[in-house]
Design a binder for this molecule. Sequence first.
Ligand code: ZN
Length: 306
Amino acid sequence: MPSNPVPWPNSAKCAAAITFDTDADSILHLQYPDDAVRRVATQSFLRFGPKVGIPRILETYRKFGIKQTFCVPGWCAERYSETVEAIVADGHEVAHHGYLHESPNKRSRDEEHEWLVRGIEAIEKVTGRRPRGWRAPLYDFSEHSLDLLLQEGFEYDSSLMGDELPYVIRSKQGGEVIELPTEWAMDDAVQYLFSLDLGLTMTIQPPARAIEVFVSELEAACAQGGLWVTVWHPFITGRRARWHQVELLIESMLERGDIWFAPMEEIAAHVRKCIDDGSYTPRVEELPTYEGRIPELPTDAVGEGI
Ligand code: ZN
């Protein structure tokens, strides 16, 4: 065990969150504002998430008696309000995931703030609760995101990849939120996402093999007294063969009896409590790391790629 494990409830070895980024077809409309209407097969590919994937996922969660987090763009909450109401009715958390899945770091601070507020209002209207957590669409957290999250009263973020344990991101302007980090290996899109319209053509992995990546991360997290925040999409892993593998994994995790399944808001609240009572000392990272272009670069440098 590391010198600084998190004291999880009931001496659990690991806190686990299966988080579903419920993008639906927001990403198609954002990418093709004028002709998304014509891309009917891709619409159906993405709408599978709220229409078929989420009901299947909710049924599994009911069977196992676990509560989890769904990160939902505000537009999806409005468009698929019945699905989001079903998520809430089963006691799961709805976190903020943009309004139309727009990238925060491709917008000005004011524009980012406008979309953030619009997403909050949409989620609050459908769920009756203001979201407490945020995951930036495409992990596109900007240099302004933390200050905007603080301004809007968010308690945690789950967009960054700077640690394997919960840590604190602190603004240079003052204020901090809990970071529940993840990373690309914990994201199902890397294993399965193939869509010509979306321009993402991963080599589709067999589900029994893809799940091994998540299992390896889980075993390492349990050995560390750590955190396992995985990122899934209902239109990808809500499909039967893939979801079957996740069901088997949840079953085996519950059989172990030493893993704490919880929505991210509960994990973040627990981490906050442990920080406040001195039982956990997180790493603190001050943001933004850079104020602009680093001075060591030649003045005529242009991007070269890697
Ligand atoms: Zn997303």
